[in-house]
Design a protein around this ligand. Structure first.
Ligand code: ZN
Ligand code: ZN
Length: 426
């Protein structure tokens, strides 16, 4: 072994790397593994202003692999808040359709999409929930043409995270910013699996492992999953859509590019049948939705629809959310994540779906992924609905798995077998 090799960073001395070096690793994984950016491909990036150092690293890696052009849209939390404080009432039903149309045009023209998550999860917590909801509906409608290309995986896209001061202080309450921000960065680096010797190679191996799990689940052809906890708070049967397909660990987009849509990702997920969900379920973690924290959610489903909702905080936001449209009270996703995932083991609540959904098995209200149905990407809304796929302006994940929850795979003949015990794969 040469001395040069001995000097290479290893997992044990990851902590000795500078922040710049760690950001560079995250940027490389985001571009090469997350997005799978192709030479000559255009890239659109959205980011909080605090993410500028990471954006610059990502932009460098994008051009190194041959990006045609990188265009970044920055968002600034105080500017978002100013609209709620000083904007006219009509402002909350308006969204820049022209901008979203241009983004959709860029996607159709071959552009890839990367988002850096890092907004303050509690930014809008003290604002009028009716205004928040109206603004979200206006934005969802305006962005639908672009979002459809994302949910149908027509283009390669990915999301990575950046530690920002307000978010960090929420994850590490009581700590000053000077401690909370570095702590959140460390948590993001470890959860995003860039603390090994060769993060790009390790990500490829992680992708293969998830793919094997997906193939096992696809071979089983379960008709439903049953989640239940010993204390009886959760006993939920989630019927799976006819011709459902499990996904996880990366996907080949419609443009032929292989990408990992979420960094981190630990989940295997599929499309439930929108009319075949019954029983009660208790969320295992609080849900941060568009700036409001919804805590201790308990709901009951009947024939696929939520018929009863309880939450100890943010219940009005949750009720408003499920009234968004016809499909907002039905499920569009069910996902399995082992309790031993690095994010779950961190013991942290990130107040951010990108991380928290990868800490626990979850369900999502609203829009389903047509990629999770055989031939789904080529079907129209009517054909998708016939198979049980849900349609909505929203897609909101919430966590129901924990070390106390068991999962059964239910076959078409009604017999079942254990799939997860105490949150772990059997
Ligand atoms: Zn998910
Ligand atoms: Zn989801």
């Amino acid at each position: 072994m040469s001395s040069t090799l001995l000097n290479l960073p290893t997992s044990t001395d990851f902590s000795s790397l500078s922040l710049e070096q760690k950001l560079d690793r995250l940027a490389e994984v985001a571009v090469k593994i997350g997005l799978g950016l192709q030479p000559g491909q255009e890239m659109l990036l959205t980011a909080p202003v605090d993410a500028m150092p990471l954006v610059r690293r990502i932009t460098e890696h994008a051009y190194k692999v041959g990006a045609l052009l990188v265009t970044t849209f920055y968002a600034d939390d105080p500017a978002v808040l100013a609209r709620y404080q000083y904007g006219p009432d009509a402002a909350f039903d308006y969204a820049p359709v022209w901008l979203h149309d241009a983004i959709a045009t860029a996607f159709r023209g071959g552009a890839a999409r990367m988002a850096i998550a890092g907004a303050n999860p509690a930014l809008l917590a003290k604002q009028d929930p009716a205004k928040v909801s109206r603004a979200n509906v206006a934005m969802s409608k305006a962005s639908k043409p672009a979002m459809e290309l994302i949910t149908r995986h027509e283009i390669n896209w990915t999301i990575v995270a950046c530690a920002t001061p307000e978010w960090a202080k929420l994850v590490f309450p009581g700590e000053p910013e000077s401690v909370a921000v570095p702590n959140l960065w460390e948590a993001i680096f470890r959860a995003s699996r860039i603390d090994g010797d060769d993060p790009v190679a390790q990500w490829r191996a992680h992708g293969v492992e998830l793919k094997q799990r997906v193939e096992m689940l696809n071979a089983k052809r379960y008709s439903a999953l049953r989640f239940h906890s010993a204390d009886g708070a959760t006993d939920l049967t989630v019927g799976l859509a006819d011709d459902h397909l499990w996904a996880g660990g990366g996907t080949t987009a419609g443009n032929g590019v292989y990408c990992q849509p979420n960094i981190p990702t630990e989940e295997c997920f599929t499309t439930p049948h929108k009319d075949r969900v019954d029983g009660k379920v208790r969320a295992s973690k609080p849900l941060s939705h568009q700036g409001t924290l919804i805590e201790n959610i308990q709901v009951r489903f009947e024939a696929g629809k939520i018929v009863e909702v309880h939450a100890t905080a943010g219940q009005d936001v949750l009720e408003r959310l499920i009234r968004t449209d016809e499909g907002a009270r039905s499920l569009g996703e069910v996902a399995l994540v082992p309790h031993s995932s690095p994010i779950s083991q961190s013991g942290l609540l990130f107040w951010n779906t990108l991380f928290d959904e990868n800490a626990a098995s979850h369900i999502a209200l609203g829009q389903s992924y047509s990629t999770c149905l055989k031939g789904g990407t080529k079907m129209n809304d009517e054909e998708l609905a016939k198979l049980g796929a849900n349609s909505s302006l929203i897609h909101v994940d919430w966590m129901i798995g924990s070390g106390q929850v068991d999962v059964e795979g239910v076959r078409a003949d009604g017999t079942s077998e254990p799939l997860m015990r105490a949150g772990e794969w059997v």
